[in-house]
Design a protein around this ligand. Structure first.
Ligand code: SF4
Length: 444
């Protein structure tokens, strides 16, 4: 994840480094918004800052290293560093490597970070509250934004330590989520990416309480929220949805065009035994049935998923079962990781650790099968007309995405001949060529 720094303004100045996933990015945005709301300026360099906040990631070993390195860099260049984020939840690791840090907090801890900032860099007397845009400070380009609807998770997947760092599910009030989404759309955001640890569980913790938005009752529940978001006039994309039965209810919203026909469902594996060892909900046959039913109801639906290969105890036969599922499910977009033990994860204690070499081999075989599937699925889109959102323009070619591509994680559509197109524009295009991951299009 690139380190993102914001533009310069006035003293007292805070430098900011944001590492990690979209959930961490949303935490960064919340801290930056609060800093600006209290009158702090955000500095673009370590040297020009009075203090630096580093929002870390601790998901896999490589992320831990990158985070520790970023903290070291900030300490060397500036000397006053506050650490927050997932790695911050393991304060001992941070303090052991960098005893000079001023404070360490876990993820989703804006009040704690602000308290540490106040202690080491007193807040200015005259906060420029009126200078903060109502949609807050965003690190994403102006035309799309992540909308975090809850924090924490009630599952206990054995490879994951997020619940121990972020706790059980806490859903944000539905009225607050809608208010934020409305401000974003009014500020020019064209695409809302709904994120959480488990989007389909939204509202479980508050028993789907009825909240209010715009003077009308609205239940704290994924389907109702998706329907309401779909009425705001922006694209709405759902991430991290588990295949619970009630997920079927959002498919008609996709078929009607109210939200994007895109579903990000992290299946992780296909072997029932491995899924049980992972403590994942839902069984494979039902997942295949469910995918077929979704496609019957909304033939255009693009399904994205992530998988882990080389989980402890995974046999060759179970891996083959996963490959068979991959061919059968014919998913549109797929990410895959070789199992990597995360400190504190229960799965590390399972018998049958898969040798690194076997993991690498399985990852390569998995990606080869998916490349074939992806090529076929993209080729099937030749001639399709669709709307795309322009992210960038490179040498006269608009780099864009349709309903089927989420930013950063999926492929792109390169549109040639879209004269005058700029980031944030919506264009109507026809798909003209297909590769393994990306597409080419011309204005329709
Ligand atoms: S669903 Fe599983 S993998 Fe996702 S955050 Fe919860 S425990 Fe972790």
């Amino acid at each position: 994840m690139p380190r993102q720094r914001t533009s310069p303004a006035r003293a007292p100045r805070v430098g900011f480094v944001s590492l990690g996933c979209p959930k961490a990015l949303v935490d960064s945005e919340s801290i930056l918004t609060q800093l600006r709301a209290e009158g702090y300026d955000i500095a673009p360099t370590y040297e020009g800052s009075d203090l630096v906040v580093v929002n870390t990631c601790g998901f896999i070993d490589a992320a831990v290293e990158e985070s520790l390195e970023a903290i070291g860099e900030a300490l060397a260049a500036n000397g006053k560093v506050i650490v927050t984020g997932c790695l911050g939840a393991r304060g001992d690791v941070v303090r052991e490597a960098h005893p000079r840090v001023l404070a360490v907090t876990g993820p989703h801890a804006t009040p704690e970070v602000m308290a540490a900032v106040h202690a080491h860099l007193p807040r200015p007397h005259d906060p420029f509250t009126d200078l903060v845009p109502p949609q807050g400070i965003r690190l994403t380009p102006r035309h799309y934004a992540y909308l975090k609807i809850s924090e924490g998770c009630n599952h206990r997947c054995t490879f994951c330590i997020i619940p121990s760092m972020r706790g059980d599910l806490v859903s944000r009030p539905v009225g607050e989520v809608m208010k934020e989404a409305g401000s974003l759309v009014r500020a020019g955001v064209k695409e809302l990416l709904v994120i959480s640890q488990d989007t389909s569980a939204y509202g479980v913790d508050v028993k789907y309480r009825t909240g209010f938005w715009d003077g009308r009752p609205l239940r704290t529940r994924m389907t109702e929220l998706a329907g309401a978001l779909g009425g705001l006039g922006a694209w709405v994309r759902l991430h991290y949805v588990y295949p619970y039965p009630h997920v079927d209810e959002v498919i008609p919203l996709m078929a009607e065009g109210r939200i994007l026909p895109y579903l990000d469902v992290p299946f992780q594996h296909a072997s029932p035994r491995i899924l049980r060892l992972m403590k994942r909900p839902a069984a494979t046959e039902r997942n295949l049935e469910r995918i077929r039913a979704w496609r019957r109801e909304c033939p255009r639906i693009a399904i994205r998923s992530t998988f882990i290969v080389g989980f402890p105890g995974e046999t060759e036969a179970e891996f083959e079962e996963l490959l068979a599922f991959l061919r059968e499910a014919s998913l549109d977009r797929v990410g895959c990781f070789a199992y990597s033990p995360v400190d504190g994860a229960k799965a590390n204690g399972l018998p049958g650790a898969v040798p690194e070499e076997v993991k690498r081999d399985r990852l390569a075989r998995f990606m080869a099968v998916q490349a074939e599937v992806s090529r076929e699925r993209l080729a099937a889109r030749l001639g399709e007309e669709c709307e795309v959102l322009v992210d960038d323009v490179e040498g006269g070619v608009a780099v864009a995405r349709s309903y089927a591509e989420a930013p950063e994680i999926d492929g792109v559509i390169r549109v040639k001949g879209a004269k005058g197109a700029k980031p944030g524009d919506l264009l109507r295009v026809r798909i003209a060529a297909a590769g393994e991951h990306d597409l080419e299009a011309v204005p329709a």
